[in-house]
Design a protein around this ligand. Structure first.
Ligand code: SF4
Length: 477
């Protein structure tokens, strides 16, 4: 008998059909919960702050709290990007937890500059240091007064208490701290600031390529390309070649404008530069899918005062071609989505433009504006949408049990729902812990849209093949 024969397994391990359902305790009946999240659709604020900080060249992120927090943040990023993630910690013990972590932080600043010599230390707080009430700005002032910050080196910081917000809020806070490094000279630099939001390193490369094709000079921040998708060269570099330089960050106050991609991740930083540095900003959606990319390219074209370059027009045409070739396999397919607000807004719009029906949408990040935006995008869909900000994957699973879907899109944690409910599944978002490629292949822009569409069609057509009776098992689809 084959080793994986289910009948044999059931007998050997006294299993029943029911016991192989990993989420078998999720009931179909939905009870309103306010004080409890089950299988959260978010992670903690410092992870976002740490990811953003890695997008500065020569930056060492620093976690002001216990070693355990820092180890978790680093491992979460390492597992997703498959790259070593270096970060320092204030290593709180009982004393710091009671009396505050200033002494630890000052010692850390001394040690970090002496041993690792980074250009920037980017400090974020944790639940513990926030609960004590440590004031990072005051600690930085003290470090400065005591001559602990070498000339030409920088310390930036942000507050990231994880009992509010999410990894998205932490990312946004660190990006805003980067914007605050601006030192305007009064002379414009002719560049456009682009804040890409939490996208993959490959997406940041793709955004730079599109901006270059449009003939726009830019400062992209943060920029994790070349940091978290670098090559295996045989030589360890504490600080990889990529990342936005301190010089560029200081120059953002002299830029001609700012394009922020995604309200949740990038809006606050762009508006700070607008209000304080008089650098006018526009907040666009992240350029996932056809329409959001159209708006991004149009904005670049207007800024550069040029027509859309032929190369970009060709890529758009290829995406439209694939959509029209395969539309019959997408039409009215129901989709469940989980992820972060900026990504979900653009993805929902893309799916609706494909005539698909995203009917269950959950993010763990708070913000009622998200629900309103999703309802607006899906208002002409033939089905009602279930949408929840500050929701969790338990609720998403319950919605799916009540109204099944043809496709699930989200991070690796969705695999449990996909397995139990037997749903085709596309991994997209953060974190992806069990597959490769997200660091290297972009999903933004028209080329990224082709990749997203290829992934969606791949799982839908695999399912069609799997379930086809022999008389309609087609060679050509
Ligand atoms: S204690 Fe707070 S900051 Fe630390 S890992 Fe947990 S949620 Fe994150």
């Amino acid at each position: 008998m084959p080793r994986d024969d289910p009948a044999l397994l059931f007998k050997k391990f006294h299993m029943t059909e029911d016991t192989i359902m990993l989420l078998r305790h999720t009931p179909k009946e939905i009870t309103e919960r306010n004080a409890l999240a089950i299988n959260p659709a978010k992670t903690c604020q410092p992870i976002g702050a740490m990811y953003a900080a890695l997008g500065i060249h020569g930056c060492l992120p620093h976690s002001h709290g216990s070693q355990g927090c820092c180890a978790y943040h680093r491992s979460a990023l390492t597992r997703h990007y498959k790259e070593p993630v270096s970060a320092a910690t204030s290593s709180f013990t009982e004393g710091a937890s009671v009396f505050g972590g200033q002494a630890n932080m000052l010692q850390a600043i001394d040690n970090i500059f002496a041993v690792y010599d980074p250009e920037v230390i980017a400090i974020h707080t944790t639940c513990l240091s926030e609960t004590i009430g440590d004031d990072l700005k005051q600690i930085k002032k003290k470090a400065d007064a005591e001559g602990k910050i070498p000339k030409g080196k920088e310390i930036i910081s942000c507050s990231t208490p994880s009992y509010v917000g999410s990894h998205v809020t932490g990312f946004s806070s660190m990006v805003t701290s980067m914007a605050k490094m601006a030192e305007p000279t009064g002379k414009k630099n002719g560049k456009l600031n682009i804040i890409p939001g939490w996208v993959e390193p490959a997406d940041m490369e793709e955004i730079k390529r599109l901006v270059g094709l449009a003939g726009v000079k830019s400062i992209l921040f943060p920029d994790t390309s070349g940091v978290l998708n670098g090559p295996l060269s045989g030589e360890y570099k504490m600080f990889p070649d990529g990342g936005t330089t301190v010089k560029e960050l200081k120059s953002t106050g002299d830029s001609i404008g700012t394009l922020a991609l995604g309200e949740w991740c990038s809006g606050e930083a762009a508006r700070w530069l607008d209000a304080k540095m008089k650098v006018p900003c526009r907040v666009l959606d992240m350029p996932f899918g056809l329409s959001a990319t159209d708006r991004f390219i149009d904005a670049l074209r207007m800024i550069a005062g040029v027509s859309v370059p032929d190369e970009i027009a060709l890529e758009r045409g290829q995406l439209v071609d694939m959509i029209s070739d395969m539309h019959q396999y997408l039409y009215h397919k129901k989709v469940a989505l989980v992820g972060d607000p900026d990504q979900l807004i653009a993805m929902t719009e893309f799916l609706v433009s494909l005539d698909m029906c995203p009917i269950h949408i959950v993010t763990g990040t708070p913000g009622k504006k998200f629900e309103a935006r999703i309802k607006e995008i899906t208002k002409d869909m033939p089905f009602e949408v279930n949408v929840r900000a500050k929701g969790d994957m338990f609720l998403l699973h319950q919605w799916i049990k009540n109204e099944p879907v043809d496709l699930l899109i989200g991070n690796t944690y969705c695999k449990y729902i996909a397995r139990d409910e037997d749903i085709p599944f596309v991994r997209w978002g953060f974190p992806i812990l069990d597959r490769q490629g997200h660091q290297y292949f972009p999903t933004v822009g028209y080329k990224g849209g082709l990749r997203l569409l290829e992934k969606i069609l791949g799982v839908l057509l695999d399912r069609l093949d799997r379930d086809a009776p022999e008389q309609s098992f087609e060679l050509v689809l």
